[in-house]
Write a protein that binds this ligand. Sequence first.
Ligand SMILES: *[C@@H]1O[C@H](CO)[C@@H](O)[C@H](O)[C@H]1NC(C)=O
Ligand SMILES: *[C@@H]1O[C@H](CO)[C@@H](O)[C@H](O)[C@H]1NC(C)=O
Length: 522
Amino acid sequence: MRRFAYCKVVLATSLVWVMLDMFILLYFSECNKCDDKRERGLPGRDVLRPREGPGEGGKPVVISKENQEKMKEMFKINQFNLMASEMIAFNRTLPDVRLEGCKNKLYPDDLPRTSVVIVFHNEAWSTLLRTVRSVIDRSPKSLLEEVVLVDDASERDFLKRPLEQYVRRMEVPVRVVRMEQRSGLIRARLKGASLSTGQVITFLDAHCECTIGWLEPLLARIKLDRKTVVCPIIDVISDDTFEYMAGSDMTYGGFNWKLNFRWYPVPQREMDRRKGDRTLPVRTPTMAGGLFSIDRDYFKEIGTYDAGMDIWGGENLEISFRIWQCGGTLEIVTCSHVGHVFRKATPYTFPGGTGQIINKNNRRLAEVWMDQFKNFFYIISPGVTKVDYGDITSRSSLRQKLQCKPFSWYLENVYPDSQIPRHYYSLGEVFSYTANKEIRTDDLCLDVSKLSGPVMMLKCHHLKGNQLWEYDPMKLTLIHVNSNQCLDKASEEDSQVPSVRDCTHTRSQQWLLRNVTLPEIF
Ligand SMILES: *[C@@H]1O[C@H](CO)[C@@H](O)[C@H](O)[C@H]1NC(C)=O
Ligand SMILES: *[C@@H]1O[C@H](CO)[C@@H](O)[C@H](O)[C@H]1NC(C)=O
């Protein structure tokens, strides 16, 4: 019986394949006349007919021994393997990396149309045009209004007239817009957005590749609720080989005390909310920043970007906090996959240096959106309070006008698993003592692994155990509950670090926990 059922399945599957082959044959015989249509490709053909050639199917490109030296030289130009990139077709095939459940989802016909805005600065010809080609080839024409390329004052000749001439021939309007001087990602994106016309604006980086079905699920979420801002899953295109590697649907965006964007595992509560269906969008506390779609009017309504931020950095957290605190939703749409070349180093220099710019942007972000929780950032980033952050009155009044919720609401409701403790007893020079009775800095907690021995900072596990400390505000002791020993300051002879010892109630075991005010520290 079971064998029979198995045969039926095999028979049915082969029948489907035969029919598919016939369909493909038909399609091509008919399409011999229409070259144009042929080049655009049949949706899904990528998967059915892998092509031969470097990088096809998302495979890694291997550079021959004799070309290794040249490859290394070329790598320096853009901080990725330019030689490999130049070998790969602009319209290379890619694997369909979506979850099975995504492949036959249906979307409404009347989705909003999008403009795709891509900012570039001295980008390589091959990566830029592969980005554009993949957008055009893998987006339904009815949903793609235009592609807007914003040149942030590139210095390379091929990105001038040759680029304009090349994109003129494409089947979808591709505009090249020039910034008069180096303006940075934020201002260049604002310019691109203001000149585009689609109902939705989709921002992409200049070294991406869109995969089959990437666009429809993004636009469908915005159609459902125009205050939803959506990101695709960001797949990894290797900077060494241009191999295409699927990103995980089990990570989402967060940040640490230094306000660095970080990926973290999707927490159980978010799996539960979706009843375990991984094809449903994940609510994410923050976005990585490079790739997202947003309704044009909503983008304006919530204050686009902070134009007082320079160049790059911090703008992704700023827009993330703003979306959530001001009544929107930020999602990773797990059925949408876009690849991105991740580089280990940036090939660009910025006027004034990257560090200063990011500190300034982060200060604006902290001052406008984080309320008293900004102090976690300041305490872990010595010197940052000396950085001038300019005038923030217009952003603060935007927050007022939109009646945005406090940062504590965000931590409580959107990002309860954040590294920033929502409730704390004290925040001092070195650590915080949290309401969960951890002594903690960022994602590290004071831990005891040896009786009467030195303490260590280990990754917080939130299971209490060896990271549980009881503070006695009268006796000023910090008792390590598991061992019933007291935290003792480093004594010169035996060690440089504090230890736990039997409680003696001497001076070396007294700790004053209070909330310091920042001027005391800096
Ligand atoms: C890819 O592009 C090349 C060069 O323009 C063209 O000859 C080829 O037909 C295209 N292939 C597909 C599958 O569209
Ligand atoms: C420190 O500040 C936090 C947050 O405002 C507050 O909950 C806590 O009671 C304060 N602790 C002390 C010792 O004043």
